[in-house]
Design a protein around this ligand. Sequence first.
Ligand SMILES: Nc1ncnc2c1ncn2[C@@H]1O[C@H](COP(=O)(O)OP(=O)(O)OP(=O)(O)O)[C@@H](O)[C@H]1O
Length: 296
Amino acid sequence: MKRARLIYNPSSGREIVRRRLPDILDYMESAGYETSCHATKGEGDATEAAARAVARGYDLIIAAGGDGTIYEVVNGMAELKSRPSLGIIPCGTSNDLARAVGIPKSISRACEIISKGKKKKIDLGRINNRYFINIAGGGSLTNLTYEVPSKLKTMIGQLAYYVKGLEKLPSLHPIRVRLESRKEVLLDEEIMIFLIANSHSVGGFDKLAPDADLSDGKLDVIVVKKMNIAEFIRLATSAVRGEHLKDPNILYFQADYIKATSPGTETVQLNLDGELGGQLPCVVEALPGHIELFVP
Ligand SMILES: Nc1ncnc2c1ncn2[C@@H]1O[C@H](COP(=O)(O)OP(=O)(O)OP(=O)(O)O)[C@@H](O)[C@H]1O
């Protein structure tokens, strides 16, 4: 029998994963995997658990939780030479990665996808000494995701992000950022936000980076230039319909390398897959086909 390590976050989303553990173990047993579990205890624990699972030679790692849990698991695997395949059971609040690859929120369907064994190599983004699988961002509102209390997400789900977003609107302000390719300066001005997306499903928006493809070896960069709060709200509304790219204040391009610095005095924090991920300056690179993911 093959061996699988299930790393689950009991606090993710509506906190259902713990109750469904017997079902998950049952599914995996029928699929031919002897499965052991690790419940995460807090920040960084999933990263350590994933690194240990790789060292112990598991054939498969399953991350059960939200995008933050998958981010931590990926960070535990990404540096290591022989990486087992990754299965995901989406139990978080927005589940951006799962939506991007078409893994439904049903635990039984997610297990079935793993048990069928179809895999796809997907890219990762490396940013300084960390990795992201879905998105890296900086600027206005990007601190929102890690400021929403876990309990609020448990109670009202995705709505918690919108409530927090409204609360933070008055604090929106531009920051000066410089983006460079390997050859030239692409932008050096005040902007509201920059996002570097690996998948097209980001922050609950399905069409934010419509051309983003997890397996194209490229990252999709979206920059929202300086604007006032009313314009920003209008743009966010059009982003729900995927119509934001027509806006002249948006810069959208693909790259496999980006250097981002902050020439101003303000510290610009980075958000990686919804988690706090250091600050500017940073160098971002696409790592083609770095992780093998179970897909529908
Ligand atoms: N036992 C735990 N109790 C509280 N927080 C935890 C625990 N284990 C991990 N965490 C934290 O949970 C966060 C990740 O949550 P996760 O992304 O899985 O769920 P979510 O926030 O509900 O969903 P999403 O990211 O899809 O919106 C990380 O910041 C991690 O440090």
